[in-house]
Design a protein around this ligand. Sequence first.
Ligand code: B12
Ligand code: SF4
Length: 317
Amino acid sequence: MEREFTLRIKEQALHLGFSKVGIAAVAELTDARARLRQWLDLGYQATMGWMERTFEKRTDPRLVFPEAKSVLVVALNYFTPHQHENGLEAGKISRYAWGDDYHDVLTEKLTLLLDWIRQEHPAANGKICVDAQPAMDKVWAVQGGIGWIGKHSNVITREFGSWVFLGELLLNLDLEPETRLVPDHCGTCTACLDACPTGAIVAPYVVDARRCISFSTIESKSETAELETAGWIFGCDICQDVCPWSRFSKTTDETRFEPRPGLVTPNLRELLAESPERFAARFAGSPIKRTKHRGLQRNIKGVLDNGSDAGLPPEKS
Ligand code: B12
Ligand code: SF4
């Protein structure tokens, strides 16, 4: 496939509002596959059984889209310049969940991009991957030249830090892959490992979900709170807040990621008093709907039982 069309696709992706875009050739993910296998064998997926069930598809895009020849990877900056406040009965929601659900935003933009590619190239076909399809987003982001996997295991970009969502478009086109990848810039820094209050980063680049506040407050289906979450009631940003690369954060142009009213540091007693109906209405189209009313109530009770503002980690300076 000619270089010129690859460049035009990338231009169109940026025009649609993506912060970064890159291309990787479809290939077997040998190293990542071995690491994922080891991670699963160690039980680090906790109760996310779907990680095991989708192992084959997750490590081979051709099982998701047999015609796939290229992986177009996108990153979308979601940083908005708001900070959590400490206080009695204050809960913390992670930055990624303050606004609208990123799955919807990325899927909408990738659909527009695929439509444009099809218009320009009638034989083109593709498959959108934003979590609903199993894929190793972070590995493709590295191979597509977006950034590097940091020791907290999230992809870090030089331009926006790690505050980017990732997604892919699998295409049946032979696009020109990136030849210049971004090297690992973590160096000797261990800020994320040192700051994680639950010791979930068990080794550089390796997160044990069983110990991670993000898993415990979002994915866990347990009836009662299993971890002391340091005030977090949905997700956790500590390892990213302390990352030196977070100083490169920039406010996103995507207004749908601006916080919904009262969501940065909600009052726990008020949120606890909300009915399931109010929860459903308030969190329609928000990532927070994932916990359902019951899960959020569990998280709030867990924080209140532990003392809402006790032991809160330092804010990003
Ligand atoms: C399962 C999952 C989780 C789980 C497990 C987290 C994890 N680290 O795997 C839980 C629920 C804990 C979670 C939490 C979060 N998640 Co999550 N999650 C995923 C999901 C669905 C799959 C990730 C996966 O494949 N894990 C399996 C493990 C084995 O992979 P891995 O951690 O990437 O490990 C690889 C490397 O670290 C590497 N490696 C291992 N050892 C070594 C050694 C060296 C030297 C090197 C270089 C590499 C290396 O090899 C491994 C395999 O390639 C992806 C979406 C997707 N489809 O990819 C989102 C995703 C990773 N999550 C995302 C986000 C935003 C989060 C949170 C920040 C949300 C929050 N604020 O609470 C936290 C971050 C917690 C953390 N520190 O990781 C984003 C990350 C965006 C980014 N910039 O990277 C993703 C990509 C979703 C998206 N579409 O944007 N998540
Ligand atoms: S998200 Fe929070 S609990 Fe999970 S690894 Fe990062 S700092 Fe630790």
